[in-house]
Write a protein that binds this ligand. Sequence first.
Ligand code: MLT
Length: 219
Amino acid sequence: MGANNNSKSHLGFIHTFIPSYSDRTDDNSLNLLLLHGTGGDENDLISVARMLEITNASILSPRGKVLENGMPRFFRRLAEGIFDIEDLRFRTNELADFVQKASKTYTFNLNRTMAIGYSNGANIAASILLLRPEILSGAILFRPMIPLVPHTLPNLSSKRVLISAGLHDPIVPKYQTEDLFHLLKKAEAKVSIQWQNSGHELTQIDIKAAKDWVTTSLW
Ligand code: MLT
């Protein structure tokens, strides 16, 4: 790990920004916000984003600032699956503010910004949807849990969300994924859930499911 040549450290987060192949920023251009899992970094999900073959998409990929035994995360936890909610709220706003500033610096549209998060990254993406929905137009959440229940439920009727969950996930109990699904549904998000015959790890089937979902529901 460590900042690679493409990583930058201004705007408050170590991050990578990759402009879209096409330099046209039109109504169809999309920005992908990549959010890695515990122990990962800003490089981890770039190949996953590429595999989705979304043309005309730029990529913003920050590194989580919280260290757990040296492993980057996006917020503090007290134990596996038990979150420090105060820190989660603080980190969600901090990350949302970063994305907002980055949208001005790199010129991308928040109404066309989709998060792709894995595990801890999926959890903070869900938290952004619930606490700062103006930052995202949608999200692909690989192996998420319910991060928190907000005091007031936002209206997420303009958001599209895919949850890709593992049937045999030892870290995320099935009810956690289902609770998140129902919460997003209650907030009127266009949310779908797909169960993979796998554990917590990301598989080719997840990528295929995400790719199909992008093709059918994004355009
Ligand atoms: C979390 O802490 O966000 C979840 O337990 C997932 C993980 O990072 O292992």
